[in-house]
Structures are given as C-alpha cells and as structure tokens.
Ligand binder design. Structure first.
Ligand SMILES: *Cc1c(COP(=O)(O)O)cnc(C)c1O
Length: 391
C-alpha cells in the first residue's frame, strides 16, 4: 500500500480528521530516492540535470536551474534581472511573505500593490498605481495557481523598461491562454515545498529562455564557481575552478531531483483530480448565499493549488468563526492568503491603500483539496459551510 493509499484508508471513516492538503507521495518516489542513495551520488548531479530539463520542457522554458527552494529561485531571478540596492520592486501584498522578502535580500524596497478581487492577482492598473521613478522590477504572482493576465502586464513592463519576475511557486500545471504558465517568462520561479502540487521535500527551480541568465543562476547557486562540482568530478583532467562573483549555496540534491522526476510524471493527473474536486465544490456552493469561490479566469486555467471561498460582508458568521466550526467538525481549513503589509516585518514598507487585498485576505478561507479526497469527505466540508450560511 502506498503512503497516499494508507492515508486515504485511515481517512475514510466519517469522523477522521480531514487535512487541508497531503502530498501525493508513494512507493515510486521512495524507490527513486533510494536509487539515488544507492548510486552514491547524492548531491547535485545527473538527476538534478535530468529534472531541470524535464521540468523546463513541461513549463515551456528553454532552461531550468534547480535550487533549494522557491524563495532562492526568486532571489536568483532578481539578481540576474539586475535588481539591487535602492531599487523599488512592485510586489503584491497578497502573497506568501517570501515574495516581498526576496526584494529585501538584494537590498531593494518592496512596494506593495493591490490585486484584482476575483483572481487575487496584480493587474496593470494596480501595478501602475505602485510604480515610482525607482521601480526596477515587478514580481507577478500566479496566486494559488490562478494564472495572472500576463499579456497586458508584460506590455506595461516593456513600455516602462521594468523587469518582470514571475512567482510561479504555486502554478505548476496552470495554463494561460492555452499554454503552460512559464511560457515566455523572463524568469519564472517555482516551489516544490510539500504544500505545492509537485514536491521534492524542499526545493525550487528558476526557468528562463535566456542562456546567459541561466548560466549565471547556475554559477550563483554554487558559490559563484565557473565550473559545477558535477562537471569537475566528471572530467578526467584536473579542473581548476574560479569564483567569478559572490554566490550562494542554493543547490538541490540528487535525492530531491529523483523524487521530483516521479512527481513531474504525476502532475497532469494531480491537476485533473484537483480540478474535478474544485468543480464539485463550485457546483455545490453555487446556490449558497454569501459564498463565492475561486474559479478559472476567462483567459486560463488554475491548477487549484489553493481552493478558496470568500464570505460576503453579510455572511451570518465571521471567517474565523467558520474556521472554528470546521475545526470542530474535524476539518483542517486555513485562513485566506496572507497580506504581507499587515505583518510586523513590513509595517514600515510603503503601501498605498490595499482594499481588495485586505478584503480577500481577511474574508476568505482555503478548503481541503488533496489526492484521494472522497465524496463523503467533501460532503462533510460542504455541510459545515451550508449550515453556516443558514445562520
Ligand atoms: C510557497 C511560495 C513561495 C516560497 O516557496 P518555498 O519553496 O517555500 O521557498 C513563494 N511565493 C509563493 C507565492 C508561494 O506560494
């Protein structure tokens, strides 16, 4: 029995706890990790190279640079896009805190921008309102897997000579205008944390079509060395490396990449299953007053990495009360996506009024969606929501 199968088996009894998310891991991943260990090559090596090629191909990019996390992928992205001390970087406040943190890593200032209340993503108008004479880059998040409306934002950034870094941490398998998110990105950053759809434990990747940026990110993840440890090892002649600039140790291990290759093979099935579960939530909640749900934008398809419901102002119970009722019923839900500008670390950061961000963050919650979730489990979640809507 696989890990996922046993997790499902223990959850089918009607009183068992329903998780908000479980990674879909099984024997195949365990075997792949074991094979990497048995090979004797556990640090960044051939499996990382294979994973980079396969993942980049899947998201429509020429190059993939595997790193230690989505956060470190974002960091390297900002470096190669030329963002540095004194620059302003437009970021959505409605995002995991790492999106804003990486601007500070390079000495730049995050400037928060508001979002579209339906998609949860930046728009040309909200970006425009946050631009300053010092804006050097925009970090565009495909929040919760909902693709952002890319074309007009790429156009705006081109016109203003502002770099565009895509935070695709949540967006593996999401689609924009019929093609995978990742296609055409200057740099896109991906996360393989277990909360995301494709996991390597920890891990991330930067993808790009630019050969020089890819080469520089490879160097930067490995202490700034001009030759990778794997290439040096493979060479029959002594190779004397040089350190071209101050780099980092942001490497992924071959054990992680082995798991990632198996996970990548399951991505299409993962997305299909999540979309089915989401469609059932949407059908069942369509007639419930005071509740609206995340949905595909007209121009693309989300992978439903996060399935959020939003409470109208006149919903009979508060968001936190609803979270408490779900918890009492043995259901793990989560508050909506955080708003970084409300956190202590960012109280001193410049921010225009962010009404759509605050409303979505404070009035939404994320419902359970995971591999093997049963109709009975979904019905338990739905019955709590429907009872709350009745008052
Ligand atoms: C998860 C996430 C990150 C960070 O990814 P890690 O792999 O955990 O470092 C960054 N941005 C967004 C939008 C995320 O959801």
């Amino acid at each position: 029995m696989s890990v996922a199968d046993s997790a499902v088996a223990t959850q089918t009894a009607d009183t068992s706890r329903i998780p908000v998310m479980v990674p879909w891991l099984g024997e195949e991943e365990a075997e792949a990790a074991a094979a990497a260990v048995r090979s004797g090559w556990v640090a960044q090596g051939p499996r990382v190279a294979e994973f980079e090629q396969a993942f980049a191909a899947r998201v429509g990019a020429a190059y993939g640079v595997a790193v230690s996390s989505g956060t470190t992928a974002l960091h390297l992205g900002l470096v190669v896009l030329g963002v540095g001390p004194g620059d302003d970087v437009v970021v959505p406040s409605l995002s995991f805190i790492a999106t804003a943190n990486v601007a500070r890593y390079v000495g730049a200032n995050p400037v928060f921008a508001d979002i579209d209340p339906v998609t949860g993503n930046l728009t040309p108008e909200t970006i425009e309102a946050a631009l300053t004479p010092n804006t050097r880059a925009v970090i565009l998040v495909h929040q919760g897997g909902v693709p952002a409306e890319l074309e007009p934002i790429r156009e705006l950034c081109r016109a203003r000579s502002v770099a565009l870094l895509e935070d695709a941490a949540c967006a593996a398998g999401a689609r924009y205008r019929g093609r995978p998110v990742g296609v055409g990105a200057q740099v896109a950053a991906w996360s393989f944390h277990p909360r995301k759809l494709l996991t390597t434990g920890e891990g991330g990747m930067a993808t790009t079509d630019d050969a020089e940026w890819a080469a520089r990110m490879r160097r930067l993840r490995e202490h700034g060395m001009n030759v990778s440890a794997a290439d040096r090892h493979a060479s029959s002649k002594p190779v004397l490396e040089a350190y071209l600039e101050t780099g980092f140790n942001y490497r992924m291990t071959d054990i992680q990449a082995a798991v990632g290759l198996v996970q990548l093979g399951k991505l299409a099935a993962t997305v299909a299953e999540r979309r089915e579960l989401a469609a059932r939530y949407q059908r069942e909640l369509a007639g419930v007053p005071g509740l609206s749900t995340v949905a595909d934008p007209g121009y693309g398809e989300t992978n439903y990495q996060s399935f959020w419901v939003r409470l109208a102002d006149d919903f009979p119970v508060t968001r936190d009360e609803l979270l408490a009722r779900l918890a009492d019923a043995g259901i793990s839900a989560r508050r909506g996506i955080m708003a970084a500008h409300l956190e202590p670390a960012y109280l001193d950061a410049p921010a225009p009024p962010l009404p759509a961000t605050e409303a979505l963050s404070l009035n939404s919650l994320i419902l359970p969606v995971f591999h093997g979730m049963t109709v009975a489990q979904q019905d338990r979640v739905l019955s709590v929501l429907k009872a709350a809507a009745r008052g």
